[in-house]
Ligand binder design. Structure first.
Ligand code: FAD
Length: 278
């Protein structure tokens, strides 16, 4: 079964030379799982413009299948076109197209451009060159007014030219399966790959989840908060996320997209638990 499953790994651009070294080592270790691609996030205010592009072009030079995340943020069309040209020339053939979130303090600087407009822009200027991934939200984007609106806007991203979607992370597989059903009913038949966030530092995860609208189930929160030993958190995290992935794949998910946090573990243990990389 593992052969037909699409695995991908997401990185963030590190700020230091040591962080960058670590990212390259992590990338090498994760290569054992024969991923379809790696991706590198992008600070929507342009805050990581150079670092994201630099890491992407470096990895591409080594022949790695790598997808930069991209959004307009406060940038003008020339800047985005410049990045597209740079990526095209480097041989990059996949982009994760997003509206993005402005870093706090930059909110008033510019109007955010919806992802469907970025997808249309990339298609207009580069034709079919890039495989375009977009974001999807099984537990619904925190700014969405309704479930149906969110699905309608996701459909709009596909109508603008997106090829597949990567989801926000979640810990309740039913949220994903219900979402896929609703997408199919709305006429979306493109692959929607679940995003997987392994659990390491639970306090950080709980804080981050509040902002991005990902729900941590009550039972999981209680169990995690009762632990004092980080080893107990690590073990339960491994068990919960391995089970989640197994349920998703058994239920027909076409792949898994790992938010790696630039770490080798626990991503590799989860994948081995599932029978990958044997
Ligand atoms: P959109 O699809 O544009 O949607 C944003 C909101 O507006 C939603 O509520 C939607 O329902 C609504 N909407 C969409 N289209 C329209 C429209 N045409 N008219 C009116 N309303 C509309 N953030 C970063 O800053 N950098 C990253 O690298 C990054 N990577 C990510 C990777 C993945 C896989 C995911 C799931 C998220 C990532 N994010 C990243 C977070 C993402 O940028 C935020 O969730 C952001 O708030 C929404 O981006 P989007 O592309 O989903 O926006």
């Amino acid at each position: 079964m593992t052969d037909s499953i699409r695995i991908s790994f997401e990185f963030f651009p590190p700020k230091t030379p040591e962080g960058r070294e670590k990212l390259y080592k992590t990338r090498e270790a994760l290569q054992a799982f024969n991923p379809e691609f790696f991706s590198v996030t992008y600070g929507a205010g342009g805050t990581t413009r150079e670092t994201t592009a630099d890491i992407v072009t470096n990895l591409r030079r080594d022949g790695i299948s790598i997808a930069p995340h991209l959004s307009f943020g406060g940038d003008n069309e020339e800047t985005v076109l410049g990045l597209l040209k740079q990526y095209q020339e480097a041989g990059v053939d996949r982009i994760v197209a997003l509206r993005g979130d402005m870093p706090s303090g930059m909110g008033a600087v510019a109007q955010l451009v919806y992802a469907n407009e970025l997808v249309a822009f990339v298609r207009r200027h580069t034709g079919d060159h890039f495989h375009l991934e977009v974001a999807a939200y099984p537990e619904i984007h925190p700014e969405s007014e309704s479930y149906d609106d969110d699905i309608r806007y996701l459909k709009g991203k596909f109508e603008a030219g997106a090829d597949s979607a990567l989801t926000q992370y979640f810990y309740n597989p039913d949220a994903y399966f219900y979402f896929i059903d609703q997408c199919e009913k709305a006429g979306i038949d493109a692959p929607i790959i679940p995003g997987i966030m392994p659990i390491t530092n639970f306090a950080n995860l709980a804080r981050f989840s509040r902002n991005c609208g990902a729900e941590i189930p009550r039972w999981l929160r209680h169990r995690m908060e009762s632990y004092r030993d980080p080893e107990d958190i690590r073990k339960l995290g491994l068990e919960v996320v391995s089970d989640l992935c197994e349920t998703l794949l058994e239920g027909g998910a076409p792949g898994l997209h790992f938010y790696t946090m630039n770490q080798v573990e626990p991503n590799t243990t989860i994948l081995r638990n599932l029978g990958f990389g044997q």
